[in-house]
Structures are given as C-alpha cells and as structure tokens.
Design a protein around this ligand. Sequence first.
Ligand SMILES: C[S@@+](CC[C@H](N)C(=O)[O-])C[C@H]1O[C@@H](n2cnc3c(N)ncnc32)[C@H](O)[C@@H]1O
Length: 269
Amino acid sequence: MRRFVVLAHKVPTSGEFSLNDLPGTGGRVDVLCRAVGAALFISHGMRTDTEITLLVQNAVQIRISGDRVKRLNPDERSTAAILQLALRGAGAEEVETTPGVVASQSSLSQVLDRLYQLESHPVVLHEQGVPVDEYALPADSAFILSDHEDFSNEDEASLADVPRVSLGPTALHTSQCITIAHHLLDRDERDASDDLVLCHKVWEEPKAQLIAGLLEDFGIPTNLLSHGVTSLYPGMVDGLGEVRIMVRPRDLEKARAIIGDYFGQPVDE
Ligand SMILES: C[S@@+](CC[C@H](N)C(=O)[O-])C[C@H]1O[C@@H](n2cnc3c(N)ncnc32)[C@H](O)[C@@H]1O
C-alpha cells in the first residue's frame, strides 16, 4: 500500500470555510484537494493501492482510501465539501464521514505510530533531503509532505528520525511531488515485473565484467548469463563460453550506446 501524509497548517479544524473561497477562508484547503487528486486519481480510474492522510493543524486527521472512497470527483470544490464534512464530523474516535473517508482528532506522532504499526516506511519529502536517485524507495513507502508552508518546528521535531528524500533542488507544489512519487514507484513496479532483455553478447568473461562495470558507472544494473546459468552482477561467471549481458528494457538503448561509444563500434546485440 502506498501512503501519503500531508500536513496542513492553516485549514480551519472546525471545517468552517466557504466553498467559494478555498484559498482564503479555507486556509489553502485547495492545496489539500489537489493533493488528494494527485494521490488517488489516474485517468479514468482510482489508485486502489493508495491512501492519503491529511493532518490539519496537528489536531485532526482525515484519511481517504483509494479502494473504498466513493463520490470523489477531480474538481477541487466537491473534494473540499468532502473534507469539510470530515472536519465537522471528527471527534475523539474515528468516524467514517463519507464512504472511504475517516476522520478523528489526532497528532503527527499518532499518525506516525499508525504507519509504523502497519509496517509502512515513512519518508519525508524535502528539498534538502537525500537525492531520490540515491535512496531505494520501499514499495510501501509513506511519503510525508507539507502544504504551501514549510514544515513547522513542531513538525520537524516529530519527524527528526524519519529519512528525508529530495526530488531535486527546485521547490515543487505538494501535488506535483505526489505525482512524481507515484511515477517513481510505478517505474520500480514495472522494472520488477519486466523481464530483462539481451543487450550484448561477448565470448570472454573479463570483457563481460568490464562492460557490466562500465554500465554500472552509468547507473545501469546488469545480469550476466553464462552457460544458461544466471549470475547476479557482480557475481560469478565461470570460465569460457558465451556471456550474455542482460539489462532492463528501459536501459537497452542507452546501454548499447554506451558500449558502442566505448568500443568505437555500434552494438546490435
Ligand atoms: C510548496 S512546498 C512547501 C513550501 C516550500 N518550502 C517553499 O516555500 O518554497 C510543499 C511541500 O512539497 C515537498 N517538496 C517540494 N519540493 C520538493 C522537492 N524538490 N523535493 C522533495 N519534496 C519537495 C515538501 O514536502 C514541501 O514541504
């Protein structure tokens, strides 16, 4: 299950705002509406493997599950109406205010506790975090983001032990970060399910290892196949015979270009 948590700092916890003025009286509830859309909608459908929690002023949580939510539409106004009902209905115990939408009084530390109990992997998305290319995102990541404001000092204290990952040095909108996070996890899922494809064949093991190292330098993982036996790079490929250098489909073109440049001749297979 993918999860997103958005910390909202100005949305009124009472739910008392005008649906005609989401940025003003709503305290930028429009940012939350876009975050909900980015988390749960795909073209002509819903991400049923995703849940988003909105934590309003560290006091009220609204949790929306993609597999159960009903009557959610892509427009901000109708989403804001669903959030308004949730805020108005939130009490000490969790209550389902509309189908698939649960609300209750809560705090960031309680939200984090629940994530850990579910064995989810919280990750703070932050401009100054570790570059995402250097961080192996677990499939069941729980991404924590702020709204239009920076994380507060109180947020920072609660999140001190959570890894921070950056999507680049440019400050993006919350909903844009959610779209990118989905894209990265979608790509990882495809990589895990796609079969590797043949990139190149060589006859000497040292040459295969050299090419594998070269591709690794460009961030392209390889498998070397020899005598019909799979060996994980940089594992063993024993002895003579054909060695097949296998790569992910999305790396094939780039890998062949790199090998072609290095040896000064085009590579077909
Ligand atoms: C609009 S930004 C917050 C305000 C922003 N720090 C600013 O004033 O320019 C919303 C949130 O998206 C996330 N975010 C924005 N850009 C990011 C990036 N490049 N990498 C990771 N997360 C980012 C962070 O969680 C951030 O708090």
